[in-house]
Design a protein around this ligand. Structure first.
Ligand SMILES: [Zn+2]
Length: 556
């Protein structure tokens, strides 16, 4: 190794996330690693004639952001679908759908994303509502959480769902009193047939929709298009200061495409890709996760984690709760039965795999912890860092169990009722009053001594880290009945850097700026510590550096 310095960042407010030296002004990079951290004068003295100089202009300089829960393929695909995040009411929906449809006469499926629950006068759209807008082309509207899809009659007919269909556990085609589908499709098993009509052939969803893999084999042209789409998604994330993402859906197909991109020098972010174990998969499929880990295990692309779903989401009342919802006679849906889930945890843990389980309702969180406890009892304690995704509510009895089991709470600030992105639920609908103090319980979990990591869950919310930091630091005040779950700026930034490196077992190489660490750096256009909390979300990355290479520069 030479001590050549390729690039220096000077004149910054450097937050290193390294306890040994938390603050500095400048960073020197060479050979893809951090060479030194120091004052601007010290670092300038290391530059040679060929050294590139990035002047941070007094803005914050941080370890490159790590987003620990994304869906890259879907996020990238959604860049070309119809965004409905800010659309409310039938008239606005009509305009948005027709404008998009007119502009894209050949689009095989008009797919709206981020469709608000209760979009039409507080209720969800039926196939008839969508038919009234557009009946002769397939149209489907995806809920923001990607757990519910509303389709028109044409879409249901084309994929044979109009008269209902047999579905895997946890998925359903909602039927009306007329004996036909209402248009509402719950969970990936039911959404999959419609999504396969889309411009991506639904391949963006394959990492979590289907049982067999690869399904269906992509043609050479489709493969090339998918690879280009992934590259576009990676560039989109790099432009947001991101240098590493942990994917939450995964299969060999995505890994192969990313590996080809890496070989071509087109991997703009480091990627972790898990194996998705479905409730109908035989547990022997866990060997595929072992094979994914064997084939892909370096700092650009790696595997070694299993993703599972324990429940659905609060919005469709499919999140699994200890008692019925205030406004619905249901406790939600268990995707896995407890004994089956425990066996899956025991088997995966015995193979040395990390677990990550989507668990939103308080009963889902409890059963997930039960599964992690079963693994620990069967296999003995180890540094497993098993993750629980979302935890939108937790029973007080379960709060200490996260730390006791060495598990990790993986949460998304902008998902919260007080996160400022989604409309908060009306009182007495989604949560009982006594559940609210432990709803989206970031503070309570951190104070319990458990590890807490933050992410976006792109495309559920945009893959912009700083609006999430703002949501964590300055959550909305929804009034009495909700606890203040606010985080300090350093806690929130630490989560998107050092802690997200840790949860992927890479804390020795990523997430801090210190000599020898991988040269992943983001330069921002303002000093985050001097910005009012309500303005953090407007701070923009100006330069992103991944592995010592500039992956994004804001246009001047
Ligand atoms: Zn997700």
């Amino acid at each position: 190794m030479t001590d050549r310095v390729d690039l220096i960042v000077v004149n910054g407010r450097v937050l290193t996330m390294d306890e040994a030296r938390p603050r500095a002004e400048a960073v020197a990079i060479g050979g893809g690693v951090i060479r030194a951290v120091g004052t601007s004068a010290e670092i300038r003295a290391m530059a040679g004639p060929a050294t590139r100089i990035v002047d941070a202009g007094g803005g914050s300089v941080l370890p490159g952001f790590i987003d620990s829960h994304v869906h890259l393929f879907q996020g990238a695909a959604a860049l070309d679908f119809l965004p409905l995040d800010s659309v409310r009411g039938a008239d606005a929906l009509r305009r948005a759908v027709l404008d998009y449809a007119d502009a894209r006469p050949d689009e095989p499926l008009i797919l709206g994303t981020g469709t608000s629950y209760g979009l039409i006068d507080g209720r969800n759209p039926t196939r008839h509502d969508i038919d009234a807008i557009l009946a002769d082309r397939p149209v489907a509207l995806m809920a923001p959480d990607i757990h519910t899809l509303w389709a028109n009659t044409k879409a249901l007919q084309v994929c044979g769902l109009l008269h209902g269909a047999e579905m895997p556990e946890g998925s359903s085609v909602v039927m009306g009193t007329d004996g036909l589908a209402t248009g509402e499709l719950l969970e990936t098993g039911a959404m999959g047939p419609v999504l396969r009509l889309s411009r991506t052939g639904g391949r963006d969803m394959l990492g979590y929709v289907t049982g067999a893999d690869p399904v269906p084999a992509a043609t050479a042209a489709e493969r090339a298009a998918d690879k280009a789409l992934l590259a576009r998604g990676l560039a989109h994330a790099a432009a947001r200061g991101i240098t590493t993402m942990h994917n939450m859906d995964g299969n060999f197909y995505q890994l192969e495409l990313l590996d080809e991109l890496r070989a071509e020098g087109g991997l703009q972010c480091r990627m972790e890709v898990p194996f998705h174990l479905k409730n109908f998969d035989p547990l022997d499929r866990l060997q595929e996760a072992v094979e994914m880990r064997r084939r892909h295990d370096d700092d650009w692309l790696w595997s070694g984690r299993v993703k599972m779903f324990m429940d659905g989401v609060v919005e469709s009342r499919t999140a699994l709760m200890l008692r019925p919802y205030p406004d619905a006679p249901t406790t939600g849906q268990a995707v896995f039965e407890p004994a089956h889930f425990n066996q899956a945890c025991i088997r995966a843990d015995a193979l040395g795999l990390q677990l990550s389980t989507h668990a939103i309702g308080d009963l889902a969180v409890r059963r997930t912890l039960d599964g992690y406890a079963a693994a620990r009892t069967a296999n003995g304690p180890r540094d497993s860092r098993h993750r629980i995704e979302h935890i939108e509510t937790i029973h007080a009895d379960d709060l200490p169990r996260i730390a006791d089991l060495g598990a990790v709470a993986s949460m998304q600030p902008r998902h919260a009722a007080f996160g400022g992105w989604f409309d908060p639920p009306e009182p007495g609908t989604a949560f009982h009053a006594d559940q609210q103090p432990l709803a989206y319980p970031w503070r309570a979990i951190r104070d319990s001594g458990a590890r807490l990591v933050f992410s976006t869950d792109w495309p559920v919310v945009p893959v912009d880290v700083l609006p999430n930091v703002q949501a964590a630091v300055a959550p909305l005040d929804l009034g009495p009945g909700w606890a203040d779950q606010g985080q300090s700026l350093i806690e929130a930034l630490g989560s998107y850097t050092r802690d997200n490196a840790w949860v992927a077992f890479r804390e020795d190489r990523m997430g801090r700026l210190r000599p020898g660490m991988l040269a992943d750096v983001v330069v921002l256009d303002a000093d985050l510590e001097a910005v009012a909390p309500a303005g953090i979300g407007r701070v923009r990355p100006v330069t992103t550096i991944c592995g010592g290479r500039i992956t994004f520069e804001a246009p001047v």
